[in-house]
Design a protein around this ligand. Structure first.
Ligand SMILES: CC(C)(COP(=O)(O)OP(=O)(O)OC[C@H]1O[C@@H](n2cnc3c(N)ncnc32)[C@H](O)[C@@H]1OP(=O)(O)O)[C@@H](O)C(=O)NCCC(=O)NCCS
Length: 149
């Protein structure tokens, strides 16, 4: 499958397709305006996985000094289970290292088994819980960290 996709930076031209993935992936989707703002945010980096001209996945993070924080990661439903989530996380980690971050943090719903399993396999460990973090069902968020050494 390595010839079929390309990882590159998000551009404004991707936002229509990104919003389709966003809306099918999250119960509290970000708005298009939020992503437009992210494209101008000096702390933010967003990558996409382009599959023959079609947007298959995207992910982003903020890096402020030594800490990176994953903001969003989503794979289009039809492209799930092909390794793209893992690939994007690994590419984001490379970017974080290049920016001299020494750790990456993220939040995940404890009920999100696919994401939780993926993050654990990638070396993220739970460090704390943010109580009732998700407004839609008041689910807690598990905060996970990976130290980059
Ligand atoms: C979580 C998500 C990004 C995973 O992306 P993906 O491309 O399907 O995942 P990959 O194919 O790269 O799989 C990586 C690992 O994730 C885990 N995983 C993926 N799908 C899974 C499933 N349905 N059930 C359990 N674990 C799963 C596995 O550990 C897998 O490793 P393996 O292939 O060795 O079994 C994707 O399911 C998604 O977009 N979900 C909706 C949005 C979301 O929850 N984002 C994360 C918010 S914190």
């Amino acid at each position: 499958m390595n010839q079929e996709y390309m990882v590159r930076k998000l551009t404004g031209h991707d936002l229509n397709q990104l919003m389709v993935i966003e809306n099918e992936s999250f119960s509290m989707p970000w708005s298009r305006q939020s992503y437009e703002n992210e494209l101008k945010n000096q702390w933010a980096e967003y990558l996409v996985c382009d599959w023959g001209g079609e947007l298959a996945a995207f992910g982003g993070m903020w890096t402020v000094y030594e800490e990176s924080h994953i903001t969003n990661l989503a794979v289009a439903k039809k492209y799930r289970g092909r390794g793209l989530g893992r690939i994007l996380m690994q590419e984001l980690e490379k970017l974080a290292r290049a920016k001299r971050a020494n750790r990456i943090l993220l939040e995940v719903r404890p009920s999100n088994a696919p994401a939780l399993d993926m993050y654990k396999k990638l070396g993220y460990i739970p460090i704390s819980v943010r109580r009732e973090y998700y407004e839609d069902n008041r689910e807690d968020a598990l905060v996970m960290i990976k130290h980059l050494i």
